[in-house]
Design a protein around this ligand. Structure first.
Ligand code: MRU
Length: 358
């Protein structure tokens, strides 16, 4: 299962599986221009930190095609403007800025070449970002599968599956690999208010894989833990600071506190592209604020009084102290602290900082 695909050659087009229509409808949308992709990221048609990064990388290829069509002399300047526009779509997931920075460096290295050659180079780089993401997800699955206890229960929040990456997922990669190895376990999926990524997306993709899945409302997690049904919690991440504080979908922090209270290990699964070592701790991670309509009239049904004040932060930050380990493509970071993160991730990350800090 893949949430995005590039159709054709350098003159081709980006197609996205419209995740706002799942699970009722499997529909693909065409992103033939940067404005359409910006809207798709903003409205969560494509979502999940690594998938947003991959989509934005292809967005730069789309931008280069638009520029070529307009015969712009200074195409690199125009391309940077398109990168800035895509970077403004969502503020929290660092993979977006990571991928755009990589594409901009690629463009910079070929900007003296004829536009056709430069565009071919950009498409190769976007494919590389997609393929590397897929490889990282597979490696996360290999490193993390042994943490899934045979016969046990796993609780997850939001969607950190194939739909949130180029393929296979991060938190769900651990479950897919364990399942492929014959481990039997049950997954409790928080429905994940307000946009129901757990109910609509995680339950859907786990069922397709034949994994035993039980959907719960977010406010049932404590009771399910007290009943002894959960042996481990695993979630994805949108941005991990240098000290291990982790931003993920709103509600993750609460689940981590509950896990601590019940003596259940709480793990995060994420590729190195989700680490932001320029940020010392979670207090500096920008938290996306979204509109009131998602809370009081989600899915086109009014569920609160007209005019009520709403607050809708899309992410929260789980302090490193609540995280038993972070499963990456390079291995499991344990304990979760500045030194261990630096040792495992420091060398893997692009040393060139600046630009899209988010
Ligand atoms: O708002 P979303 O749906 O983009 O939020 C996604 C999450 O919080 C995921 O858990 C995170 O991006 C990890 S995806 C592998």
């Amino acid at each position: 299962m893949r949430p995005l695909r590039w159709r054709g050659d350098v003159d081709g087009c980006l197609e996205l599986l419209d995740q706002t229509r799942l699970p009722n409808e499997v529909a693909w949308i065409e992103c033939g221009d940067v404005a359409t992709l910006h809207e798709a990221i903003r409205s969560l048609r494509v979502r999940g930190a690594p998938a947003i990064g991959c989509a934005a990388a292809y967005g730069v290829v789309v931008a280069a095609k638009e520029i070529a069509a307009r015969r712009v002399a200074d195409w690199f300047g125009e391309l940077c403007k398109a990168c800035d526009h895509l970077a403004a779509a969502r503020p929290t997931a660092v993979n977006l800025f990571w991928a755009l920075r990589r594409m901009r460096h690629c463009a910079e290295s070929v900007c003296a070449e004829p536009l056709d050659a430069a565009r071919a180079c950009l498409l190769r780089e976007a494919h590389a970002i997609r393929d590397e993401d897929a490889a990282m997800c597979r490696a996360i699955g290999r490193h993390g599968a042994a943490l899934i206890p045979p016969g046990g229960g796993v609780l997850t929040h939001c969607n950190a599956g194939a739909l949130a990456t180029s393929e296979y997922g991060t938190a769900l990669a651990m479950m897919y690999t364990a399942h492929e190895r014959g481990t039997k376990f049950r997954v409790f999926v928080d429905e994940t208010r307000p946009l129901l990524q757990g109910a609509r997306l995680t339950a859907w993709e786990l069922m397709q894989a034949g994994i035993d899945v039980t959907l719960i409302c977010d406010n049932m997690a404590a009771q399910v833990m007290r009943e002894g049904r959960v042996s481990i919690v695993v979630t994805g991440a949108d941005r991990i600071a240098a000290n291990g504080d982790t931003a993920n979908k709103i509600g993750t922090y609460g689940v981590a506190v509950l896990a601590k209270a019940h003596g259940i290990p709480f793990y995060v699964a994420a590729p190195s592209s989700t680490f932001d070592l320029t940020i010392s701790n979670g207090a500096s991670i920008p938290i996306e604020q979204r509109g009131a309509a998602e809370v009081c009239e989600g899915f086109e049904r009014r569920t609160a009084p007209v005019g009520v004040e709403c607050y809708n932060p899309a992410f929260d930050v789980t302090p490193a102290g609540l995280i038993a380990g972070i499963v990456t493509e390079l291995g499991v970071i344990r304990p979760v602290d500045r030194e261990t993160i630096h040792k495992v991730i420091g060398a893997a990350l692009d040393p060139v900082q600046g630009g899209y800090g988010g």
